[in-house]
Design a protein around this ligand. Structure first.
Ligand code: HMG
Ligand code: MG
Length: 283
């Protein structure tokens, strides 16, 4: 059936929302375990304002402490040029800019309109191009926004096109609050695929409504082969009230493996990482 890549976001999306301040050593141990599981890309840092997301304030220490496995890209979120400079100083292998398809979430998450947010990403993408650093793009609220309600597929497609034009090598489509229904996800993908081929897209499904795997099925049928997930189903977004964790990596592994896809991951190590993640969350 071919290959599906799981992009592990647990150390970033998973942990950013935890109330307990997790020690750097625990984060480093989780990333090191994930490196052993066979991921090619692990998002483990976020160079956002420490006032906005205190849990990620130690991102440079995490990147300094991990054991870097050859061929694995250790990724970081960068909302603006200051974030990009911090990410470069910490030797992130790739960065991600993160926009939204809805105004309400954009204001709550980055204190900017959708357009203002995109304008901040332009210098990040230019600096990254000069430095030879790949940039991934996120679009949040691709089907539902916690502030504005249902999001039009065309609004998502427009933001995706802008990120593509800025040079993002892949755009990850976020069902930030996990309320997306498969038919709405399908309609959104239809519009987005007018702008960019499936090979440059990823699905990023939170599992609040328990529909993440159904949404992955729809995305697979549309040709997507990269899915973001967090071991142990960790996570949420502090600026998206009610958002539960990302779909669990081990659930995505089981789902796509049963469908005959190869992920290149070692399930036994995944189970260890998931147990570690659950202990970090205290549950
Ligand atoms: P702002 O307050 O509008 O920014 O925040 P500002 O430029 O006015 O700066 C205010 C202060 O922040 C200043 O410090 C800056 O130096 C500092 P002060 O003078 O007050 O001491 N600052 C920074 N410090 C460190 N690193 C930086 C940085 N930038 C400014 N990069 C800002 C704007 C974007 C910074 C803020 O809103 C922010 O950090 N937001 C991030 C929110 C966030 O991280 N959300 C979670 C990630 S997104 C997500 O989870 C969704 C995703 O998973 C996909 C999905 O599920 O949909 C990706
Ligand atoms: Mg997310």
């Amino acid at each position: 059936m071919g290959r599906v890549e799981i992009f592990e976001v647990g150390p970033r999306d998973g942990l950013q929302n935890e109330a307990r301040m997790i020690p750097v050593a625990e984060k480093v141990a989780l990333v090191d375990c994930l490196s052993d599981a066979g991921f090619r890309r692990i998002e483990c840092a976020s160079f956002v304002s420490p006032k906005w997301v205190p849990q990620m304030a130690d991102s440079a220490e995490v990147l300094a402490g991990i054991r870097r496995v050859a061929g694995v890209s250790y990724a970081a979120l960068t909302p603006n040029i200051m974030g990009f400079q911090r990410a470069m100083a910490a030797r992130a292998d790739e960065v991600a800019v993160f926009g939204a398809a809805s105004e309400g979430f954009s204001q709550a998450n980055i204190n900017a309109s959708v357009e203002e947010g995109l304008a901040r990403f332009v210098p990040v993408c230019e600096a990254a191009r000069e430095a030879g650093v790949p940039v991934r793009g996120y679009v949040s609220c691709v089907v539902e926004c916690p502030y504005d309600g249902a999001v039009a597929p065309d609004a998502v497609a427009r933001v995706v096109a802008r990120l593509r034009d800025m040079g993002c090598y892949e755009v990850s489509l976020g069902d930030t609050i996990g309320r997306g229904r498969p038919d709405a996800v399908d309609a959104m993908l239809e519009a987005v695929l007018e702008e960019i081929p499936a090979a440059h897209l990823a699905g990023h499904f939170h599992d609040t409504g328990g529909r993440a795997l159904d949404n992955i099925a729809v995305a697979l049928a549309r040709g997507l082969r990269v899915f973001d997930a967090a071991v142990g189903g960790l996570g949420g977004c502090p600026y998206a009230p009610g958002a539960a964790g990302n779909v669990a990596t081990e659930a995505v592994y089981d789902y796509v493996t049963a469908k005959g896809y190869d992920t290149g991951l070692d399930r036994a190590v995944l189970v260890q990482a998931a147990a570690m993640a659950r202990r970090m969350r205290g549950g």
